[in-house]
Design a protein around this ligand. Structure first.
Ligand SMILES: Nc1ncnc2c1ncn2[C@@H]1O[C@H](COP(=O)(O)OP(=O)(O)O)[C@@H](O)[C@H]1O
Ligand SMILES: [Mg+2]
Length: 425
């Protein structure tokens, strides 16, 4: 099978690394790919924003399956274009991707299909938005309607701050993404990310993980794209997963199909486990980054037949995914200054040696190579150092031993990834 993975981040490096292990692969390609992926895939220099270029590439290379990593091309209709050209695609249509494209659309969709979630209102008028705050106690939850790379949610602690944020959102704090805003009730509880494959009709649980959104230890500081993740999450008991599948994931997939937008790909449910049971924080329409990295480490099954079946509507014929019980942790090494401004170009050494360590794999999220062939930092989130072990403590010891063996003067990471679960053990 000829497979093309779209994207260039740590998530896509992990997908490429895992798919490359499948005996079914005859040729593995990536666009645009990354220097880290080049060990396992032929990289083509087509950016994810060039939808026509990606379709041409897939057609020219006679690709059997395209696996789309990031949300933006899906929200812009890449999967529709590929399917129109007869190419099986793992990733939802533009219509199904609306769940992530617009938080206002998503909230209305949950209401229509009885999916448990926080009470909400949608506004493009500041006076009405401020008046709506009367119905809530602090803290308040304000979200951009549109895509904001995981940075479009603020949680003001006071009414005054909330009103100032409403003005800032509607006057373009997040550009077009915040010209409409969603105000939500604050849900108390612990969060967990639940993944499920869907082929338009059938669904299959595909693992659960917890991530760490904040830049600082103890979950403090600014929100980021994600500073680390681990799986399994102790909170995701079989009973909780069953409830999430039955009351949240299946109503969403049947609801999308009933609305004429069947979902093919992976659904990522951000769940808040509240006293009243699990409720939706949001849905994403692709793998989490960095959650994907720990899922790929833990999947014993060949995932390629599963991704292919999701793309072809034949998921029911596939066996359930076989996971190792061993926990995996991924630690994001980021450039000093992230999520604010940061420098690029500093040299990173030690990755090859670390990859030789048992149970350790470094996925490259934002790297380049300089003229000497050294690995250099080329993004905010730069490396995803990932380790698996017989226990969470073992995985944590391993992952931080690996982090300590990587030399990068301008890098930093959180030293407390998986703290919640480690504390519970
Ligand atoms: N209604 C809510 N109650 C409590 N916390 C929330 C709520 N909505 C969002 N959050 C917090 O904000 C984070 C980001 O919100 P989310 O809807 O996932 O947006 P995005 O991932 O697009 O930034 C969540 O992971 C959660 O920690
Ligand atoms: Mg989120």
């Amino acid at each position: 099978m000829k497979v093309l993975v779209i994207g260039s981040g740590g998530r896509e490096h992990a997908l490429v690394w895992k798919i490359a292990q499948s005996p079914l692969v005859s040729s593995l390609m990536a666009a645009p790919g990354s220097p880290g992926m080049a060990d396992n895939a032929i990289c083509f220099d087509v950016p994810v924003s060039d939808l026509d270029g990606l379709v041409t590439l897939a057609t020219d290379q006679a690709v059997d399956l395209v696996v789309v990593g990031p949300e933006n091309p899906l929200c812009d209709g890449l999967a529709d274009m590929l399917r129109e050209n007869g190419i099986a695609t793992f990733g939802p249509s533009k219509a199904a991707a609306m769940l992530e494209t617009s938080k206002a659309f998503a909230k209305d969709f949950y209401a229509r299909h009885n999916v448990p979630t926080a009470r909400y209102g949608v506004f493009d008028d500041a006076t009405k938005a401020k008046a709506f705050l009367d119905g809530f106690k602090p803290p308040y939850v304000l979200k951009t309607d549109g895509l904001a790379a995981g940075k479009g949610v603020v949680i003001p602690q006071t009414r005054e701050e909330a009103e100032a944020e409403i003005d800032a959102f509607l006057s373009g704090k997040f550009g077009d993404a915040s010209s409409t805003l969603v105000i939500e009730e604050f849900m108390h509880g612990e969060e967990v990310s639940v993944f499920a494959l869907c082929d338009g009709t059938d669904v299959k649980f595909f693992g659960a993980a917890q991530d760490h959104k904040r830049v600082g230890e103890g979950d403090t500081g600014l929100n980021t794209g994600g500073m680390g993740a681990y799986s399994p999450a102790p909170i995701a008991t079989p009973e909780l997963i069953e409830t999430v599948m039955e009351t949240i994931i299946k109503p969403v997939t049947t609801g999308l199909a009933a609305d004429g937008a069947p979902f093919q790909g992976v659904l990522f449910a951000g769940i808040m486990v509240t006293d009243e049971g699990p409720k939706v924080v949001e849905f994403n329409i692709r793998f989490g980054d960095p959650e994907c990295q720990v899922l790929m480490m833990r999947a014993k099954s060949d995932i390629l037949p599963l991704l292919d079946a999701a793309a072809r509507g034949t998921l029911a014929a596939q066996p359930d995914v076989d996971w190792t019980h061993d926990p995996a942790i991924t630690v994001v090494m980021a450039a000093e200054g992230y999520p604010g401004s940061y420098a690029k170009g500093s040299v990173i050494t030690g990755i090859d040696a670390v990859n030789e360590m048992t149970g350790v794999q470094v996925f490259e999220a934002g790297t380049a190579r300089n003229e000497a062939g050294d690995v250099t930092a080329a993004g905010g989130r730069v490396l995803n150092v990932t380790a698996i072990g017989e226990s969470l403590h073992y995985a944590a010891d391993r992952v931080y031993a690996a982090v300590d063996d990587i030399e990068w003067a301008d890098g930093f990471c959180r030293r407390d990834i998986a703290w919640r679960a480690l504390k519970a053990h």
